[in-house]
Design a protein around this ligand. Structure first.
Ligand code: FMN
Length: 318
């Protein structure tokens, strides 16, 4: 069975700079979801959101924008906004677990409100011709919440449901709940995508064996921790490319240069890169934790470059 891999959005990480660099150097991802667009009580789109989805910034990528809202007017406003750039689909985030969001009945806090979900979808489908897909957890407090939502969703022409197999209360802790994912799969007529903890080729294979009917898989943190993962899954191999280190540093330098231009001040660039290194040091580069810790604490670009040179030497020695 041929599979489709989708990059699950990570606010603060998977912006257009990352997506372009990732796609160019690593590949393996078919479609990228951009991090959510959220309005602040007014029908105004922040410039950063716009930059992130502008076609000229995504001209080699297949991108689906995402919204996080609990309000039909906001939803419709964002539909019109993205349609002017030619987008045909908007993904709706009902997964975000953070208290600030959940307490306002958004993200995974909205899952327990099926009637509200229904009213929003009714208006969006009667007032626009956008294709809607959804990304959700299975609930906030418990994994049965979704079971009251799925029958309602069956009445709408959604493109798909992507489910992160956790509940909101868990944040990112604990394991994924595969039994509850299976129960959700059995309770919907919609096309389902799986999301959650695809971190290695072996983990992917185990999930594929467990859910043989799933052919769309969303990977979030996994490709930050191991940027080769998506292509290795596609190639069905656990073998890294021979030029992995070289490719990785070309990717690093591209991203680094982009952030040098975008962010003002060395400190901000190092901070930004540090957030990517945190995933890498727990993933593909976990043997190099010591030097990466130093790199992340660098006080200047000179210092950063020095640590980077040591890391490069270490990796070429492998
Ligand atoms: C820092 C961070 C930011 C995230 N931002 C978003 C977002 O903007 N939209 C969204 O749908 N999910 C967001 N997520 C959730 C991920 O897309 C994904 O669903 C989750 O991490 C589980 O998948 P994974 O185990 O493959 O990472 C975010 C997760 C993290 C850790």
């Amino acid at each position: 069975m041929s599979i489709t891999l989708l990059s699950s959005p990570l606010q603060g990480f998977t912006d257009f700079r990352f997506r372009n660099a990732f796609h160019h150097f690593f590949g393996g991802i078919d479609t990228y979801y951009s991090p959510y667009i959220r309005l602040d009580g007014k029908l105004v789109i922040k410039p950063n959101y716009q930059t992130d989805i502008l076609p000229k910034n995504n001209n080699t990528l297949d991108v689906i924008p995402q919204i996080m809202t609990n309000d039909a007017d906001e939803f419709i406003f964002v539909v019109k906004f993205i349609q002017q750039f030619g987008y045909k689909e908007l993904n709706w985030n009902l997964g975000c677990p953070y208290p600030m969001v959940v307490n306002r009945c958004m993200g995974s806090g909205l899952i327990a409100e099926p009637e509200r979900i229904k009213k929003i979808l009714e208006r969006v489908h009667s007032e626009t011709d956008i294709v809607v897909s959804m990304k959700m957890r299975m609930g906030y407090h418990h994994a049965e919440e979704i079971l009251d939502v799925l029958p309602i969703l069956d009445n709408f022409p959604l493109k798909n449901l992507a489910i992160h197999a956790r509940i909101g209360k868990q944040l990112y802790k604990g394991g994924v709940d595969l039994e509850s994912f299976q129960r959700s799969l059995d309770a919907t007529k919609h096309k389902m995508y799986y999301n959650g903890d695809i971190t290695t080729v072996e983990a992917f294979r185990a999930l594929q064996r467990r859910f043989p009917s799933i052919d769309h898989w969303m990977i979030g943190r996994g490709i930050l921790a191991d940027p080769f993962l998506a292509q290795m899954i596609k190639d069905d191999t656990e073998q890294y490319p021979e030029d992995a280190v070289e490719v990785f540093f070309k990717y690093h330098d591209t991203l680094f240069d982009e952030f040098l231009v975008k962010l003002k001040g060395e400190k901000h660039v190092i901070q930004k890169m540090s957030s990517y290194w945190e995933y890498l040091q727990n993933g593909w580069l976990q043997e190099e934790t010591r030097i990466i810790k130093k790199l992340r604490k660098s006080k200047s670009i000179d210092e950063y470059t020095g640590h980077l040179a040591i890391l490069t030497e270490n990796l070429y020695d492998i």
